[in-house]
Design a protein. Structure first.
Length: 92
């Protein structure tokens, strides 16, 4: 179980960085926030992959990874929108 959690954090770090690179514009979200959203995205990807039958929550598979990256991109974009980063720039 400990290795599963550590693996989730490492995969979440990678997913968070990918999400940050994919999300357009400059992000004001901290790196720790990005990692946290990457971990949440990894959990979402694992849960959805588990629900559709491609593997367990903590198993690394392609479908789960893709879903996790998409979820993390959406989470990073939502966090940026809620923080007012994009709306303030759009008004300028």
């Amino acid at each position: 179980m400990l290795w599963d959690i550590l693996g989730l954090i490492v995969v979440g770090l990678i997913i968070g960085v990918l999400a940050r690179l994919i999300t357009p514009g400059k992000q004001r979200l901290s790196m720790l926030g990005t990692i946290a959203l990457g971990v949440v995205g990894a959990l979402i990807g694992g849960i959805i992959a588990s629900l559709i039958g491609t593997g367990g929550i903590f198993e690394l598979n392609v479908i789960g990874f893709v879903i996790a990256v998409v979820a993390a991109v959406l989470l990073v974009g939502t966090a940026e929108a809620l923080s007012g980063g994009r709306s303030r720039r759009a008004l300028r």
